[in-house]
Design a protein around this ligand. Sequence first.
Ligand code: SF4
Ligand code: SF4
Length: 368
Amino acid sequence: MPRHFVSLKWIKDMTIEAIATQFATAGKIGKLDTHEGGHINDSYRLTNSVESQPDYLLQRVNHNVFKDVPLLMNNMVLVTDHVAAKVRKDFPDEVERRSLTIVPTKDGLSFFKDPDGNFWRVLRFIEDHLVFDSTTDPDIAYQGALSFGAFTTMLNDLPAEKTVNRGTFQNPADLSFMTYKLVRFSEVIVDGKLKWLFFPDQCRHCLEPPCQMTAEDATAIFSDSATGAVIYTAKTKNLDAQAIVDSCPYNVPRACKDGTLAKCDMCIDRVENGLLPACVATCPTGAMNFGSRDEMLAMAKKRLSVVKKSHPKAKLLDPDDVRVIFLVTEDPQLYHNFAIASREAFDISRAVALKRLVRPLTGLTGRW
Ligand code: SF4
Ligand code: SF4
């Protein structure tokens, strides 16, 4: 048994067997045994009693080491899907041997969280494998390095924003269908002094979102009632993309080639599971906070009163209209053209909404 292995037959109110049943495994699990070699995760082999179906590996992910397991699993799914798609092209009969297969829970998630706060995942068991925790054999070390190199090569075209040196620290250049948040950089002279200004541009999750009012289709753009997050779905493909982009007073949404629109979704899947948005959770300096709007507004006003003592031009940006509240110390236009919305943008959208509200009456009037 590996040093780190903790034998747990019971996890609070759930047996390990009960945890295994949370996953969409095929066949029927007949036997559950502890399995050595799970590295830093506790591992169990689930033996299938249906001969034609595979065995599985159930793992309790070590959340003392991996502090954000949902994010870890999100990355693992991205990488695994990408590798599997490549292997499928070259070795269609060997996908399940040459790449990992993550088995989802019956709810379609990549992990299960038990009542004790442990995170579990299930992988398809790869038969007849050899694991070397360490070796003094140069051939085995060479093969290991070769395999690792092949693995990383397969990842070199993972879809991500390609960055190029354009002679500025601004990289990538703009928001995109894949880049939901972007730190905008500008070099300016303020009161005769050179300053570097940084602005983390993203959707502001407006209280009365002009994009949503313009869409007039709740299956494409809607506001989540619990958080206020403004959510875009795949149905945005059916909208007039340019009209939606033009309606946003902060110039945020971006379309892909087929016209589907995307932007920050407030990490709604994380927030619904009691986690912080990824950008807030991972910011090393703690520059962002997340909570109820009232709480955040009170915090922002308190901070503003302090900052104003040393930076008299400091202000909050559109605090009455948005859920993402920025505090800046200089003229907002110096950070970014769309740092603040023009007052008219919201007034126009309210006027549009009002006009739409009275439209049925206008129609009636027309028939009289
Ligand atoms: S910032 Fe733009 S994209 Fe975001 S909710 Fe407001 S109008 Fe919509
Ligand atoms: S809340 Fe989530 S989706 Fe939005 S910018 Fe932050 S990390 Fe990206």
